[in-house]
Design a protein around this ligand. Structure first.
Ligand code: PLP
Length: 449
């Protein structure tokens, strides 16, 4: 094995090991879809800083806006002195992602924060104040961040082991994954069953009268790039309307062009009461938002939302520029094309490698799940680790998802060129086929013994 990079050795000596090191890559500077380390090595980026860099690394518009704003004003705290970039960004978000639909005669309001987890925390605080109820329903496979409430809502045990006691009044129901749990049923019957299960939960798990909010990712990110079934998400809307429950969509990973629309929920024709945003909305700077119907948003009393840095002026300027860049570069249309290419290539790969169990996603949020013997209950996490390790040696940075780590996910910047995309996909295809050949050879040796 090669020596660890000197920077990794320094990291290991001084950085707490609880901070994940998902790959051994190091980086010094980046542009577009490429990362460069201090030794001049290049990496093609299929991770986009985990879904943050939809507009590409070092987007000129974003960088110029950051510099200009930094020259004018770094910080006052929005609670103390109102500044224009915060208000302008809220106006922009309310126009882009209206929650106050005409039929309800409501406007849209926004609060800005720093991270996805903070957006989730604040969304729950708003829902609780709006309903006067304590409970929150969330789902298996979900990821909502690493604060106490975020972790309590997050499903994967590895992200929160030993961190309890967790926040009370959180109720987790099964996320309807047809691939994993639909055996023997057609998809429509499966979805009907899952909707019924949800309704039954108000009898056997928590009373609807106590539920403030249902929070769900329209496309699960960390959970394995699983889009919620259309009819199920629509049923959630109906159930929330019937029971006076606030519907929260967590769009932190799926938002801002990733799925070919500003919001993944636009594919479903379902608007939540509140939604949470972060990652690509900042073009690389830390900023997040809760957007919602004004009657729900304004239920939160003055003083209960916000924070010292939330909606920092430089981050707001970066976000406004990132949204401009997304419009100018037509990244929604580009994501649709990128997604179709990735899907086609992985579907072809499925025909050549039986380890490929499922190719799925929405727009350019595409994942490919690897399983053994065609059995969704036998996840091939080690196989994926091996493929990604070899891909990294060949200059492709990609990461996994799913509770078993057996899903390769593509989150490349949406400014990736066709050639770069082709190169990255070719590396993945070749490494998957090579790992499959090695596995087959091992099986044959075992069978012949
Ligand atoms: N919600 C979703 C859907 C996410 O994917 C993430 C992060 O990956 C979060 C919330 C938490 O965001 P952050 O890491 O910015 O706190």
């Amino acid at each position: 094995m090669s020596q660890p990079h000197a920077l990794i050795s320094r990291r290991n000596a001084v950085v707490a090991r609880g901070v994940p090191m998902v790959t051994t890559a190091t980086v010094d500077h980046a542009s577009g879809a490429m990362l460069h380390d201090a030794d001049g090595e290049e990496l093609l980026d299929f991770t986009g800083g985990i879904g943050v860099m939809n507009v590409g690394h070092g987007n000129a518009r974003v960088v110029a806006a950051i510099k200009a704003q930094a020259d004018k004003l770094l910080h006052t705290c929005f609670h103390v002195a109102t500044y224009e970039p915060y208000v302008a960004l809220c106006e922009r978000l309310a126009t882009l992602l209206p929650h106050g639909d005409g039929t309800r005669g409501q406007s849209t309001k926004v609060v800005l924060l720093n991270s996805g987890a903070e957006a989730v925390e604040n969304a729950i605080k708003i829902a609780r104040q709006a309903t006067g109820r304590p409970a929150v329903v969330c789902f298996t496979g979900s990821f909502h961040g690493r604060t106490l409430l975020g972790m309590s809502l997050t499903s994967k045990v590895g992200y929160k082991a030993g961190c309890g006691p967790f926040a009370p009044e959180i109720y987790r129901l099964p996320f309807p994954s047809y691939f994993h749990h639909g055996a023997g049923l057609d998809e429509a019957t499966f979805v009907d069953r899952e909707v019924q299960r949800l309704r039954d939960a108000f009898l056997d798990t928590v009373s609807a009268k106590d539920v403030a909010a249902i929070i769900v990712e329209p496309v699960q990110g960390e959970g394995g790039f699983l889009p919620a079934p259309l009819e199920w998400l629509r049923a959630l809307r109906t159930i929330c309307d019937e029971r006076g429950i606030v519907l929260i969509f967590d769009e932190v990973q799926s938002g801002f062009c990733r799925t070919g629309k500003w919001a993944a929920y636009e594919h479903y024709g379902v608007t939540p009461d509140i939604s949470t945003w972060a990652k690509s909305m900042g073009g690389g700077l830390p900023i997040s938002a809760v957007i919602g119907r004004s009657s729900v948003m304004d239920a939160a009393a003055p003083g209960t939302l916000g924070g010292t840095y939330g909606g920092n002026p430089v981050a707001c300027a970066a976000s406004l520029a990132a949204i401009d860049a997304m419009e100018e570069l037509q990244l929604n249309a580009r994501a649709t094309v990128i997604g179709a290419t990735i899907r086609e290539r992985f579907t072809e790969l499925k025909a050549r490698c039986p380890m490929v169990g499922d190719v799925r996603g929405l727009g350019a949020m595409v994942g490919v799940e690897f399983i053994e013997d065609g059995d969704p209950a036998r996840p091939a996490g080690d196989f994926v680790k091996e493929v990604l390790g070899h891909a990294l040696e060949r200059g492709l940075l990609a990461i996994s998802a799913g509770i078993h780590g057996n899903v390769i996910r593509v989150l490349s910047p949406l400014v990736i060129t066709d050639d770069q995309l082709d190169r990255g996909l070719r590396i993945l295809e070749e490494e998957v086929l090579a790992a499959w050949s090695r596995l087959e050879a091992t099986h044959q040796v075992l069978v012949h013994r």
